[in-house]
Write a protein of this length. Structure first.
Length: 102
């Protein structure tokens, strides 16, 4: 799998509704479901997109960088921010903002 820095929104689209697992000791084994990939596009020489996840109601993950494992993508480090909560669970977002290489 390519490095996280080379992945874009389109690389994650096929993994919507699949499970990512937290590998860090504090939240080890916590399952997050990728619910949405938001492709903001390119602007002013930067590419922007976000990944939105749904986690369990019984465990709030604090804003931090987590080691996450996926069956197909392997292990990734993502900075997750809690963005909401409803009856389904806590929602999290990982936002990407990269300069376009020319």
């Amino acid at each position: 799998m390519p490095a996280l820095e080379s992945l874009g929104a389109s690389n994650f689209m096929e993994y919507v509704n699949t499970t990512f697992r937290i590998m860090d000791e504090v939240a080890s084994g916590t399952a997050l479901k990728l619910t949405d990939v938001v492709d903001i596009g390119e602007s002013h020489g930067q590419v922007q997109f976000s990944l939105r996840f749904l986690g369990p109601l019984d465990r709030l993950l604090l804003q931090s960088t987590y080691r996450i494992d996926h069956d197909k993508l392997g292990e990734l480090s993502l900075f997750l921010v809690p963005i909401g909560r409803d009856e389904s669970g806590f929602q999290y977002e990982a936002f990407f903002n990269r300069f376009v290489k020319k």
